[in-house]
Design a binder for this molecule. Structure first.
Ligand code: MN
Ligand code: MN
Length: 256
């Protein structure tokens, strides 16, 4: 069976928006309602969002890998890797940076990725070999001059020397959004080497950055591979160009 993934993603994103935006910045949103498959706290808003995902995706008969419930194997060729709400801390405390992320795989190969920012209604999409798009218009990574980059990084205190090697540091608290920003050239790179990122956070963003002309690797500069798992934790580096990748890898290698 073939699917119109763009329709699936946008339909799901819009229903999510309707149901969760009324909770934005409320105490209720941040209430702890349990723990997820990775052992992290599930907030009330995560639960509301996850229920919508399951209601939308499970009836399609596809396999679903989602942040809170984990992996549902329906024996399909297609696996949809979703984070219903990336940046749920931001959401619950009223910081307007959070998004829906959905990556689709046929077997292990990526076939589609989408990220939707609920407040700006920015809808990012990519298909392998077809480029990356924002609201239907082609997007590309930025071409920053050396030392002029804008970078986000999550390192648990490592690699702080990078602050002096780039122009701007912007740590936004939602890696799906930050990957979309790398793809559109608003950030020049984002990396997380805390062994904390899950495939659900990055499944769409990795494809988006690559299709926008950027590079995505692990913490040693090897090609990043998205595992179809809800619990696997990993490191990721996404950058606009080789030079910034080299700068980051040098700092990581020389670090504590
Ligand atoms: Mn997330
Ligand atoms: Mn989430």
């Amino acid at each position: 069976m073939e699917f119109n993934w763009s329709e699936v993603a946008l339909g799901t994103a819009k229903e999510l928006k309707e149901k969760i935006i009324p909770l934005f910045g409320t105490k209720k949103a941040g209430e702890n309602v349990g723990t997820n498959v990775s052992g992290d706290v599930t907030k009330y808003v995560d639960k509301v969002a996850e229920d919508i995902i399951l209601k939308r995706l499970v009836p399609l008969g596809v396999n679903v890998v989602s942040e809170e419930v984990g992996a549902i194997d329906n024996g399909s060729d297609y696996t949809v890797v979703v984070d219903p709400l990336d940046g749920s801390y931001n959401f619950s405390v009223g910081i307007p940076i959070f998004a829906f992320s959905m990556g689709v795989f046929k077997g292990k190969k990526p076939v589609y990725g989408a990220i939707y920012e609920f407040l700006t209604k920015n809808f990012y999409e990519a298909k392998p070999g077809e480029g990356a798009y924002l609201n239907g218009g082609r997007i590309r990574v930025n071409e920053p001059e050396p030392g002029k980059e804008a970078l986000s990084f999550y390192t648990r205190g490592r690699c702080l020397g990078l602050v002096r090697k780039v122009k701007r540091v912007r740590v936004l608290g939602a890696i799906a959004v930050e990957l979309a920003y790398v793809a559109r050239g608003s950030l020049d790179g984002v990396f997380d080497i805390r062994n904390y990122v899950r495939p659900t956070d990055v499944a769409a963003g990795v494809l988006l950055v690559r299709e926008a002309g950027g590079i995505v690797t692990d913490e040693r500069g090897r090609e990043f591979e998205v595992k179809l798992s809800a619990t696997e934790k990993t490191n990721v580096i996404a950058v606009a160009n080789e030079r910034l990748l080299k700068t980051i890898l040098e700092v990581i290698e020389s670090g504590p």
